[in-house]
Design a protein. Structure first.
Length: 213
């Protein structure tokens, strides 16, 4: 089993499973174990190009999928069995990424330029952010992650920066400005935190990875 255009890969360190979202088909999440043995393939959303799905593992090893084509978050078991959906009844318009933190699921809703917070059971709790360029304002937010201090980092792609928030939505700080120089960004799409606390940023339109203190 192969993916035509793998869009994102994530690793479950506890189970040593790997999954890849297939961006061309826009319907498949393909799961392998650490020996590269095929485990499962699950259909997720309507088969038209670029509807896309971004995946993440939760603390139980379940697979969290932002199914943008169907405007929901889907949860699958580590073996790929469907468990439940979150965000029905119009609460999401273009969910790009979803991460778990404690008992919360946090979603970047790109079309609404906001961050939406749900309980792990799927109950909508609150949202923050609106379209703009000011502190705490967003323009097509993409992937999310948490730093060592437990603050939410949002790739504010349209504003070419990363913003940092408390989970209640309070703006903390930002880094990055538009450009191609060192420390500048052009549509950052994802971040990751290294063991020493440094932040790795996928600087999409500059075709590079940058590391920040």
């Amino acid at each position: 089993m192969t993916a035509e255009l793998p869009w994102r890969q994530v690793i479950d360190r506890s189970l040593c499973n790997s999954l890849v979202c297939d961006r061309v088909k826009a319907i498949d999440v393909i799961i392998w174990d650490r020996g590269a043995n095929y485990l499962a393939c699950r259909e997720l959303c309507a088969p038209f190009p670029w509807s896309g799905s971004i995946c993440q593992f939760d603390s139980d090893g379940n697979i969290i999928v932002a199914d943008r084509g169907n405007k929901v978050i889907k949860i699958f078991s580590p073996s790929g069995q469907f468990l439940r959906k979150i965000g029905e009844e119009g609460s999401l318009t273009y969910p790009f990424h979803c991460v778990q933190y404690d008992n919360f699921l946090i979603v970047s809703d790109s079309d609404e330029n906001s961050i939406k917070v749900f309980s792990r059971e799927g109950d909508f709790l609150y949202k923050f952010g609106k379209k703009g360029e000011g502190d705490g304002e967003l323009n097509t937010p993409r992937c999310l992650s948490f730093n060592k201090a437990g603050h939410l980092m949002v790739c504010d792609a349209g504003n070419h920066r990363v913003q940092v928030f408390e989970l209640n939505g309070k703006f903390m700080r930002k880094f990055g400005t538009k450009g191609s120089g060192i420390g500048q960004l052009n549509r950052p799409v994802s971040t990751a935190v290294l063991s020493d606390g440094k932040i790795v940023v996928s600087d999409f339109n500059n075709d590079r990875i940058q590391i920040f203190e």
